[in-house]
Design a binder for this molecule. Structure first.
Ligand SMILES: [Zn+2]
Length: 287
């Protein structure tokens, strides 16, 4: 089972905001999309940025969002375009797991109309009904949701429990495939609905972390973001608890490859690991 880690646009943050000790320089936050070429169909973890996000943050109060988090993406960098270059059509994508509903994760969702969407349905309702400053402070752009999202949402709570031990992070991983080699993992804090994804290629176990942490050093060295980030974090105590649990999991399972969505070095290391992983080398490219 091959896994491609794609960078679909990027934004910037001051280094010291993203990570204590990160310095004053602005750092790039790549928008990660993981494409899991599973025998049952292509599974995406997140959908990255797309030019429609730039249009969405160019209007009204949402210009504040675009000013704080400038969106950099070209049509060639979208998940749709990069998958097409790999020979994967939009309709080949059968499942999309959204880590959460922020624009750098949600931006490409319109491009995959055939996929079921794994996400807490309550988050969709909350996003659609939020207004004004509440909506802005939660970083939500409802225009990025397809009209038929409610019909396509699959509640992770309705999936079978996974027989994997990721304690203390969770005892509630949920299986997404008949082979139980892909599982969604609740990682709450950054947002209520936040999900990670466990992918077991046969050679490597990857745990895609989304925004549960912005940098692997939060897990390995306790370098949390600047406290100002607590203002845009849904549940700061829950966020810190998830990071502490991930640190304990990392000590117990150092073989598990942790991939935060916005950590350039961790993404490069995971790509190198996958390239050397015989289980992921698939000359047929995709099913
Ligand atoms: Zn993000």
């Amino acid at each position: 089972m091959r896994v491609d880690l794609l960078t679909c646009g990027w934004t910037t943050h001051p280094g010291a905001v993203a990570r204590r000790g990160g310095g004053l320089r602005s750092v790039r936050f790549p928008a990660l999309v993981a494409a899991v070429h599973h025998p049952t169909g292509v599974i995406l973890y997140d959908t990255g940025y797309a030019p429609r996000v730039q249009r969405a943050v160019g209007r009204g109060v949402d210009r504040v969002y675009g000013g704080l988090l400038p969106v950099h993406v070209t049509p060639q960098e979208t998940a749709l375009a990069q998958l097409a270059a790999l020979g994967v059509a939009a309709v080949d994508v059968t499942t999309i797991v959204l880590s959460h509903l922020h624009a750098d994760h949600l931006g490409g969702l319109h491009d995959f109309p055939a996929a079921r969407i794994v996400l807490d349905p309550a988050a969709v309702t909350a996003m659609r009904t939020a207004r004004g400053l509440d909506r802005l402070s939660r970083g939500w752009l409802p225009a990025l949701l397809p009209e038929d999202v409610t019909d396509r949402v699959l509640d992770p709570a309705d999936l079978p429990r996974a027989d994997v031990d990721l304690r203390p992070v969770t005892a509630h991983a949920r299986v997404l495939t008949p082979e139980a080699d892909v599982a969604v993992v609740p990682l709450p804090g950054h947002s209520d609905e936040h999900l990670g994804l466990l992918v077991r290629t046969g050679g490597t176990d990857l745990l895609l972390l989304g925004d549960a942490v912005w940098h692997t050093r939060a897990v390995t060295h306790g370098e949390l973001p600047h406290p100002v980030v607590s203002l845009i974090t849904r549940d700061w105590a829950g966020y810190r608890r998830t990071v502490a649990d991930l640190a304990r999991l990392h000590r117990a399972r150092p073989d598990l490859v942790l991939v935060p969505s916005h950590d350039t070095d961790a993404i490069a290391a995971a790509r190198a690991r996958l390239e050397g992983d015989p289980a992921t080398i698939d000359p047929g490219d995709h099913p």
